[in-house]
Design a binder for this molecule. Structure first.
Ligand code: FMN
Length: 182
């Protein structure tokens, strides 16, 4: 029997009135409908210091999806603070990206996050979901106006994320990652 994957959804914005809630809301509902994942949320607007409870959630997750906007060609300071608050908790785990913003769809933020997570021994998933000019994609209820392409992209990303999550969970249990040192 396949175990559900413990998936941490990380909010990339802590701004009041943030669009992040709309994008993350769509993502969480979509993944819940697909099944196969136990979801937990990690939100810098709520989790603004590395409490034991937050550390526990990051540690117990087998995989992450970062929902990130683009701020001045990068990601937000709140997200960086959250990432930098932990170290071993990220290691040997896959990270997927759902990005949004203006013309770039948040892709420049994602490219920078790939480098950050590589430094933390995490595996960035190649396939991502991106919303350029995000405001037009969702109606006032937070529903995607045209979901076909996004659903397709999300399906591909989740398939790859699941593969890595299962493979790395097995590997971490067999040999703790801390032991992978000369
Ligand atoms: C300080 C700031 C800088 C931004 N810089 C960019 C940018 O460089 N490229 C872009 O496509 N959108 C940019 N935007 C637009 C944001 O990506 C967009 O407003 C998004 O909704 C912000 O996410 P949030 O509402 O969840 O905080 C910027 C927005 C802010 C507030």
């Amino acid at each position: 029997m396949r175990h559900n994957i413990k998936l941490g959804i990380i909010y990339g914005s802590a701004r009041e009135g943030r669009f992040c809630d709309t994008v993350a809301g769509w993502l969480i509902e979509d993944i819940a409908q697909r099944g196969g994942f136990d979801l937990l949320t990690i939100d810098p607007a709520v989790d603004n210091s590395p409490t034991p409870d937050l550390r526990k959630r990051v540690k117990e997750a087998d995989a992450f999806i970062v929902v990130t906007p683009e701020y001045n060609h990068s990601f937000t300071g709140a997200l960086k603070t959250l990432i930098d608050s932990f170290h071993a908790e990220w290691q040997a785990k896959p990270v997927g990206f759902v990005s949004y913003g203006g013309i770039s769809g948040g892709l420049r933020a994602v490219e920078q996050l790939r480098g950050v997570f590589a430094e933390l021994h995490a595996v960035g998933i190649r396939d991502s979901v991106s919303f350029a000019n995000v405001w037009g994609h969702f109606d006032e209820n937070g529903t995607l106006r045209d979901s076909v392409l996004a659903e397709q992209a999300l399906g591909t990303m989740l398939a790859r994320l699941s593969w890595w999550a299962s493979a790395l969970r097995t590997a971490r249990v067999a040999i703790p990652y801390e032991e992978a040192t000369a």
